[in-house]
Design a protein around this ligand. Structure first.
Ligand SMILES: [Cu+2]
Length: 157
């Protein structure tokens, strides 16, 4: 079978890049302990509203001065964020979030918060809010007809 010289060349180049990709993958898993993200906890999505701490979503001050925000995502609301969600500038907030229905996304622009919120799993992320202002928590995973309205605001003062 005749294979054109250019086709041979590109097959060799492809094989080299495939080999490099496999080496990079093995090095990242073995050398750098790269792994798929794991949920912080698992939870029965049907029992979220009766399971602590999600039975009382909201903002809680911790002993060390940080805050814990317990949030429940549902179409198309974020339970746990209301007008009382006000924190001083420089605060670190540990978000503990789950969903009761669909997969939602959790994005707070201009912070490092960008996570999936999946029924049956507890997502834990944290951010330190240095700058005063109004922050918006958005759902960035399409979750139905009113997805574009699924946002909540809180204040850093
Ligand atoms: Cu959504």
């Amino acid at each position: 079978m005749h294979i054109d010289k250019y086709e041979k060349f590109f097959m060799r180049v492809s094989a080299v890049f495939l080999g490099l990709a496999i080496v990079a993958l093995v090095l990242s898993v073995v050398g750098h302990k790269a792994a798929l993200p794991e949920p912080a906890e698992r939870i029965d999505p049907e029992l979220v509203r009766s399971t602590a701490p999600f039975d009382e979503p909201g903002l809680y001050e911790l002993d060390n001065g940080d805050y814990e925000a317990v949030l429940v995502a549902s179409a198309w609301l974020w339970d746990g964020i209301d007008e009382d969600f006000v924190i001083p500038a420089g605060s670190t907030v540990h978000f503990k979030v789950t969903s009761v229905d669909y997969i939602h996304g959790m994005l707070i622009p201009e912070t490092n918060i960008n996570a999936m919120v999946i029924p049956g799993q507890v997502t834990e992320v944290e951010a330190t809010f240095h700058d005063p202002g109004t922050y918006t928590l958005l759902c960035h995973e399409y979750c139905g007809a009113m997805h574009h309205t699924m946002g909540a605001q809180f204040t850093v003062e």
